[in-house]
Design a protein around this ligand. Structure first.
Ligand SMILES: Nc1ncnc2c1ncn2[C@@H]1O[C@H](COP(=O)(O)OP(=O)(O)O)[C@@H](O)[C@H]1O
Ligand SMILES: [Mg+2]
Length: 320
């Protein structure tokens, strides 16, 4: 585990440690960073860490939730506006880019930005100058951009909903943060961390069975979900957290549910197509059954309740 400054950043798994090492290597650089990962994986935490370890650390870090600002206000929020630029603009106002001058701006949910704001963003980033809404003067700015996206922006570029030139501009240093389910070794330390965080005065432990449930859950909401669950159960917890104290979704061990969830995750995260996931499932079922029958196809066909020629055909199809 690594604790940096007063902020604790749990990074025990190999995957997270190598990411942090990469981030440490670029600490002195001024390059733009694009953080990609599902909701709750720690993108904002990474952005803070990047700023804190950079030469800009004493200058401002401005966080902008692009998905939370109403569309019609976004441009003036980002770049500022002059008095009278629109009906409610009774005064001139500086934008968030100007507030972040000499520091870092964190553009969260950059995948949600409209094409028109994308063009304006690109112009500012390319020229290093911005123009307030309703303004006539170009104002020079010096900001480092760390942006975050829930989805792979390349896919959006392919769909035509994200400008390729802006993507290349933002994606100088790409950092992909893996979902929690792909780094279960972080789970025990995160539990410990949040137990101490939410209950610093009481020593609370977790039963083996409950820990097992935490390790086997798919964590669609990632670290944020884990944090919220700990915060919730700690209120009623005795000195040891038992499995019965956990929310229903952690207690269900329905294998079908687990399998379907994993397949959904493959579509979502590995960007496999529906057909690929179905093929993956089929070929794995066949491989596993053949392993159990020592490669005897007729027995495998019987176990799979499939006729011989169908199995033979599928084995050829999947090159088994
Ligand atoms: N590696 C980690 N160690 C400690 N806390 C973490 C870690 N990753 C995420 N968190 C916590 O989980 C919550 C969600 O993280 P956040 O950075 O907001 O995720 P995202 O921006 O990807 O949605 C925050 O409370 C954050 O402090
Ligand atoms: Mg976030």
């Amino acid at each position: 585990m690594r604790a940096n400054h007063s902020h604790s950043f749990i990074a025990y798994s190999e995957k997270m440690r190598s990411l942090l090492d990469r981030v440490d290597k670029i600490a002195s650089s001024d390059s733009f960073v694009l953080l990609v990962g599902e909701t709750g994986v720690g993108k904002e935490l990474f952005a803070e860490y990047i700023h804190r370890t950079s030469p800009r650390s004493l200058n401002p870090l401005v966080k902008v939730g692009l998905a939370t600002i109403p569309k019609e206000l976004l441009e003036s929020e980002l770049f500022g506006h002059e008095k009278g630029a629109f009906t409610s603009a009774s005064n001139s106002k500086q934008g968030l880019f100007a507030v972040a001058d000499t520091g870092t701006i964190f553009l969260d949910d950059v995948d949600d930005v409209s094409l028109s704001v994308q063009s304006k963003l690109l112009r500012v980033l390319e020229s290093g100058k911005l123009m307030r809404v309703g303004g006539t003067e170009e104002i020079p700015i010096n900001v480092r951009v760390v942006s975050a996206s829930k989805v792979n922006l390349k896919t959006l570029v392919k769909n035509g909903t994200f400008r390729a030139d802006l993507f290349y501009r933002l994606n100088v240093i790409p950092i992909e943060i893996p979902p929690l389910r792909d780094r279960p070794d972080d789970i025990p330390l995160l539990i410990d961390h949040f137990l101490k965080h939410f209950s610093p005065e009481r020593e609370i432990t977790i039963s083996r069975e409950a820990l097992h449930a935490f390790m086997n859950y798919s964590w669609p909401g990632n670290v944020r979900e884990l944090r919220n669950i700990i915060e919730r159960i700690i209120v009623f917890a005795d000195s040891e957290i038992k499995i019965t104290a956990l929310p229903d979704e952690l207690q269900t061990h329905d294998p079908l549910e687990v399998m379907v969830q994993n397949c959904c995750n493959c579509i979502k995260n590995k960007e496999m197509s529906f057909e690929d996931v179905v093929s993956c499932l089929e070929s794995n079922l066949i491989r596993k059954t053949l392993a159990e029958t020592d490669g005897v196809i007729s027995r495998a066909a019987r176990n799979l309740k499939m006729n011989f020629s169908t199995l033979h055909y599928k084995m050829k199809k999947y090159d088994i």
